[in-house]
Design a protein around this ligand. Structure first.
Ligand code: DLL
Length: 435
């Protein structure tokens, strides 16, 4: 059984991939210029015409597209196909007023599901597998994307959606699910509930998990692998570029292969827009070269990561992206220091705590404050106040070493931090309320 869904593409030589990308890019720029007045204006303003784009080497000449553009053009302003050819929308939740609506033709859905099928096959999925999809279904892309990929591979697909965790575990044990797809925070919760219900990993048949949609650390990967007795793989994507499956992890588990026959990645300096060489950290930018209805050229994701063309032991030649280190817009600046929630998570797990935490940021007397509420394991509970204070101090000290700032740590009782069934909320920043 092959480990690839599309070996020709996934193992294509660099030269052939560049050639394919260039052909697709040239056609895509023409398609967008002719059909999307909004983007034509952006190109005209920059003095670029489709004729200036002859290959991938010319990509940098195109203007960027940002979330603000998506908002300006909402809802139909970036549509590149007549509505009569569109068959679906997906959308972000828009809780912060930044709703994105993406459109798909039948062919766009095909391409998207094939990207997800690549991800499933890369973790060892075949038609013998039972694939339990507990990403949200509906407008969110997670459920529909992995569902479609699972069908393509021929797995028995369990379209569970998120929530009702005991029922998830019932299905998992009764039907013998072998692949689990959900957010990493929900996977951790499922593991916790499984053990609370009195099961062990011997009672389930899971072998692999495909977890994404939110940042998670290597430490959290190990926790989940232990608790569910599986290999945990990362998957990346965003609504704007179709959803999950833009990039996926393989057996090497050292970053995600980007489906670069569909999405050309670039890394830029987020402040200047300058394109950075492979190996440097910066903002990830994607150009979708195959999408018909909603093709975004040079879309700034705000996700910070590194690209690498290092040879991969799985045989794929597709470029790899590191785990996103966070978003340039969820980086907290606390007393002038850049802090990512993932750094705090790393410290917590290293120190033997669970990844259940809530960061509260505020500003008191013009000084930023950061409070980290950390849930204890039952074994860490102590009825001696002194012991608890000692533990809090030790944790604060470890965070200071990692972050360079001194947070206030509060140990809170087991199970007191709300579990997430979708994307976890890790930070409450009250400074925004005062601004
Ligand atoms: O989260 C699509 C998705 C669904 C990806 C299921 C993977 C699995 P959005 O809701 O539009 O789409 O959110 C996209 O989520 O820009 C990243 O900031 C973040 N994100 C997605 N995958 C990862 C990941 C879906 N593996 C935004 N690691 C992106 C870290 C991720 N962050």
């Amino acid at each position: 059984m092959s480990n690839y869904w599309n070996e020709e593409i996934e193992c294509m030589s660099y030269e052939d991939m560049r050639k394919l990308q260039s052909e697709r890019l040239v056609a895509q720029v023409k398609h967008v210029y002719e059909n999307v007045p909004y983007y034509k204006n952006l190109m005209d303003e920059k003095g670029v015409t489709p004729d200036d784009i002859q290959s991938v080497d010319d990509l940098h000449k195109l203007p960027f597209l940002t979330k603000a553009d998506l908002r300006d053009a909402y809802p139909y302003g970036l549509l590149a196909k007549p509505l009569s050819e569109c068959v679906r929308i997906q959308s972000t939740s828009g809780t912060t007023g930044k709703r994105v609506v993406a459109f798909y033709t039948q062919n766009d859905i095909e391409l998207w599901e094939n990207c997800c099928a690549r991800a499933i096959v890369a973790v060892g999925g075949t038609k013998e597998d039972v694939c339990q999809v507990c990403y949200g279904y509906g407008l969110f892309t997670g459920g529909p994307g992995l569902n479609g990929g699972s069908h393509k591979v021929g797995c028995l697909t369990l379209p569970m959606s998120s929530g009702n965790t005991e029922r998830q575990i019932q299905f998992m044990t009764d039907l013998g699910s072998t692949i689990l797809c959900c957010t990493p925070s929900y996977a951790a919760y499922i593991g916790e509930t499984l053990h609370e219900m009195g099961y062990t990993t011997d009672d389930i048949k899971l072998k692999a998990g495909i977890f994404g949609a939110e940042p998670w650390t290597e430490e959290m990967r190990h926790e989940i692998e232990k608790s569910l007795g599986i290999k945990a793989y990362d998957i990346y994507g965003l609504t704007e570029t179709s959803g999950p499956g833009v990039a996926f992890e393989c057996s090497e588990q050292t970053g995600m292969h980007i489906n670069e026959d569909n999405f050309i990645p670039e890394i830029i300096n987020p402040d200047t827009g300058e394109v950075l060489p492979d190996g440097e950290v910066g903002e990830l930018v994607f150009t979708s070269i195959t999408k018909e209805a909603f093709p975004l050229l040079r879309y700034r994701t705000r996700d910070l990561c590194v690209l690498s063309r290092k040879k991969c032991s799985c045989g794929r030649t597709l470029i790899k992206m590191s785990k996103p280190m966070g978003r340039s817009d969820d980086m907290m600046i606390i007393r002038g220091v850049n802090v990512f929630p993932s750094q705090i998570e790393t410290v917590l797990i290293e120190q033997g705590y669970t990844p259940n935490y809530l960061i509260e940021v505020d500003r008191v007397n013009n000084t930023d404050t950061i409070d980290v509420n950390v849930e204890m394991n039952p074994e860490q509970l102590s009825d001696k106040v002194k012991d608890m204070q000692q533990q809090e101090r030790a944790l604060a000290e470890a965070m200071k070493t990692m972050l360079g700032i001194n947070p206030k740590v509060h140990l809170v009782p087991p199970k007191s931090i709300t579990r997430s069934e979708g994307k976890a909320v890790r930070v409450i920043d009250r400074r925004k309320l005062h601004d």
